[in-house]
Design a protein around this ligand. Structure first.
Ligand SMILES: Nc1ncnc2c1ncn2[C@@H]1O[C@H](COP(=O)(O)OP(=O)(O)OP(=O)(O)O)[C@@H](O)[C@H]1O
Length: 235
């Protein structure tokens, strides 16, 4: 079954479309990549799915149901969670308080479950009493992901998690995302400029150029196809 399916999705800002008809599918248990250069519309796609932005045309189905009339709140309540590009953490609150806020809004998530995200990211437990804004970029990214996972999502949209991070931290976070997908079958859409990283982590990839999907296929088959990646400006 398709968890998410968009058909000829068009969306944009101030009357001008940025997405010009995007067709994309995520099936149960899949981890897929949406790759493309800066400014091609990847975040706009994520915002449309999260209901932060209204589409202008096309269809967005979540578990077979149109989400057109949903608010952001309803999208979140239905299990769609975003790890936004800017991380969206509360810098003045401690790590623990950030997780508590997430728990409060997720409803029904027990306090003990904070331990389970500390297990995924032990650094967060070490820094639990530190103001989140004082942590490194990588640690803040861990917190942003931990917060999303704490809400027990049914679809996770991860926007450019690797941006600005050092390779060892990127790997640590990538391992947690892959392991969560493998162990829990959580469907994940990974939006990335770092094509090679995203292809290594996923089974299927979509390449976006100027608001359109120009290629979709097996990630592992695409990894060595430098000509396709270069032609579509993703490396
Ligand atoms: N709030 C906004 N208002 C107007 N135009 C916007 C807005 N957000 C994005 N855009 C424009 O839409 C286009 C696509 O931006 P988008 O952020 O979706 O690209 P992206 O592929 O995610 O790139 P990036 O990696 O830089 O986020 C860009 O030309 C951008 O300037």
């Amino acid at each position: 079954m398709n968890i998410l399916e968009t058909d000829e999705l068009k969306a944009g800002y101030d009357g001008a479309n940025v997405l010009h008809g995007v067709n994309l599918e995520i099936k149960e248990g899949e981890m897929i990549a949406l790759i493309g250069r800066n400014g091609v519309g990847k975040t706009t796609f994520v915002k449309s799915v999260m209901r932060l932005l209204n589409k202008t045309e096309g269809t967005v189905l979540y578990r077979g149901q149109s989400i057109d009339r949903w608010s952001v709140h309803e999208a979140a309540r239905s299990g769609i969670r975003i790890v936004p590009e800017n991380r969206g953490i509360f810098p003045r609150l401690t790590v623990y308080e950030n997780l508590e806020v997430a728990r409060f809004y997720a409803k029904g998530v027990k306090r003990e479950q904070i331990q389970s995200v500390y297990k995924l990211f032990p650094r967060l437990e070490e820094r639990k009493n530190l103001a989140a804004g004082l942590m490194s970029g990588g640690e803040q990214q861990m917190l942003s992901i931990a917060r999303a996972l704490l809400a027990r999502p049914k679809l996770l949209l991860v926007d450019e998690f690797s941006e600005g991070l050092q390779p060892s931290i990127t790997k640590e976070i990538a391992d947690v995302l892959c392991e969560t997908n493998r162990r829990e079958g959580l469907p994940i859409l990974l939006v990335e400029q770092n094509a090679k990283l995203a292809l290594q982590m996923t089974s299927k990839a979509y390449i976006m150029v100027k608001g359109k999907i120009v290629y979709s296929g097996d990630s592992k088959a695409l990894i060595d196809k430098d000509e396709i990646l270069k032609e579509n400006l993703v490396i």
